[in-house]
Design a protein around this ligand. Sequence first.
Ligand code: HEC
Length: 156
Amino acid sequence: MTGRQAYDTELMKLLHNHVYGPDTTTARWTNFDWGKSLKAAMDYVGEPYSGKFDFVDTRMYWPITHMVAPKDQALGCADCHRENGRLAALASTVYMPGTNPNNLVDWLGAAMLAAVFLGIVGHAGLRAVAASGRHGDGDDQGTASNPHSQGGNGHG
Ligand code: HEC
């Protein structure tokens, strides 16, 4: 990023600036007086100021990653989602999966998964039993011309 900033011509340092304030006599965008706005800002922050200023072209360099950490420092799910993880204090106030092994929501979720699994196994088992008792070519696909050849009575 490029800019033009006020600096102290004696102390050779960049200056603070009082930018905004509709009711003040010093703010730059109300009074349009650099002398007043720089003096007010430097007084406010309490840093030395010679009272003499000029402007300098400045450049600010930012890493292209804009401060995102390298990938080997990226967090994994378990950094937060485990007991006493990074956000342990937060985990006591909001629901975060995996932070409390006795959590009711986790148990309910596991129970639902188990029920779904049992449903699938049961359904497939009944289909297998029904298919083994059926005579014919054993092809479960069916055809458009003879839709009744399909699938047997497998809806158990
Ligand atoms: C920096 C900490 C952190 C990391 C790393 C993290 N999570 Fe989370 N996760 C949270 C927090 C905090 C919540 C709760 C947010 C809320 O309730 O609004 C949450 C909530 C969740 C939820 C529940 C969402 C919901 O709607 O309730 C799931 C699922 C989840 N995270 C999965 C993951 C997965 C998968 C990963 C890794 C790819 C991951 N999290 C990485 C902090 C983290």
